[in-house]
Design a protein around this ligand. Structure first.
Ligand SMILES: Cc1cc2nc3c(=O)[nH]c(=O)nc-3n(C[C@H](O)[C@H](O)[C@H](O)COP(=O)(O)OP(=O)(O)OC[C@H]3O[C@@H](n4cnc5c(N)ncnc54)[C@H](O)[C@@H]3O)c2cc1C
Length: 286
């Protein structure tokens, strides 16, 4: 089968109607993942619905201490947004380290989440802040925790007629948010590992902390063992090293038997240590 039709609706309602009417039609945003999937014949949709002409999906705004990011906002727009920097600076960091500028200019945050690559750089910062996605279909709107959208490698919980219109991130004042990544090559790098931490500190003492790691399992996940070790502790050198050791053990367990495991263990240890040192040194973006 070949693609029979390409639509460029101007409103969310028109896009949803198309997704509803044409069985298995696919959304295309920046196209940086889906075009490859089509070319490699992994998917063969009868129609594509380009959502980049829908103004509402391209906005970033705040309302009652909640940051709203339209699903078709690009990584370049995330990188340069003052609002995103204020609410979720780790997402700005992730955006600035994602791909090359040509990719960042067209790749969208919605596409990044829905494509659900294990190494997706937009995911750990948003998971670390407990973000939600607004999921729409004809006559229905639901707000879903991001953690429930991504279900496996390149797998998500959306129905074929559903679309994410925006992500919502609650303001978490007095927290430090950092992102770290080790990629294959600078500028064109898909992450070998990425990590986001969101920590509430009282001086050097950790009050609350969320640690999310990506590219070391099927999906990005919270590393609860590390979080539990860090609660109510001063971020001393020895506490940080023990946290990194726990991270190493977790990755070893989750990736047991893979050829990349020894390398992933080392870089997981290093990115966690670096993140916690930044937080201890007050170098995160508050
Ligand atoms: C050279 C290169 C380098 C890259 N580097 C990185 C990198 O460093 N880090 C990284 O994380 N990724 C990287 N990527 C992957 C890719 O660019 C990202 O995943 C990107 O964010 C995908 O967004 P898109 O708008 O291009 O999605 P598309 O390809 O348009 O869509 C991807 C999937 O999402 C669906 N979709 C899109 N928007 C919505 C929506 N609003 N609601 C429901 N479904 C939707 C589509 O139907 C499709 O299934 C790279 C890709 C390339 C080609």
């Amino acid at each position: 089968m070949r693609i029979e039709a390409f639509y460029r609706p101007k409103t969310i309602d028109d896009a949803l109607a198309l997704l509803d009417q044409i069985s298995n039609a696919k959304i295309i945003a920046g196209g940086t993942d889906i075009v490859i999937a089509i070319n490699e014949r992994k998917i063969n949709p009868p129609a594509l619905v380009d959502i980049t002409g829908i103004g509402e999906l391209r906005r970033i705004w705040e309302e009652r201490d909640i940051l709203h990011i339209g699903a078709a906002v690009t990584f370049s727009e995330l990188q340069s947004s003052e609002l995103v920097r204020r609410y979720c600076p780790s997402l700005c960091e992730a955006a600035s380290e994602m791909g090359a500028v040509q990719i960042r200019n067209i790749a969208t945050i919605g596409g990044n989440v829905v494509n659900a690559a294990a190494a997706a750089d937009g995911v750990p910062p948003m998971l670390s802040m407990n973000a939600s996605a607004v999921v729409r279909s004809v006559g229905s709107v639901r707000c879903v925790p991001l953690a429930e959208i991504i279900t496996g490698i390149n797998q998500n919980s959306l129905a074929t007629n559903e679309m994410i219109s925006e992500f919502q991130i609650q303001d978490l004042p007095n927290t430090i948010k950092v992102f770290e990544k080790i990629g294959r090559r600078k500028a064109l790098a898909i992450s070998r590992i990425n990590l986001a931490v969101c920590a509430e500190m009282s001086g050097q003492m950790v009050k609350t902390i969320v640690v999310v790691v990506g590219a070391v399992g099927k999906t990005a996940y919270r590393v609860k063992e590390v979080e539990e070790h860090l609660y109510n502790k001063e971020l001393s050198e020895s506490v940080i090293i023990t946290a990194a050791d726990i991270m190493d053990e977790t990755v070893a367990r989750n990736l047991a038997g893979r050829s990349t495991t020894p390398y992933k263990r080392k870089i997981a240890w290093a990115v966690l240590k670096r993140s916690l040192e930044r937080i201890a040194g007050g170098q995160g973006n508050e």
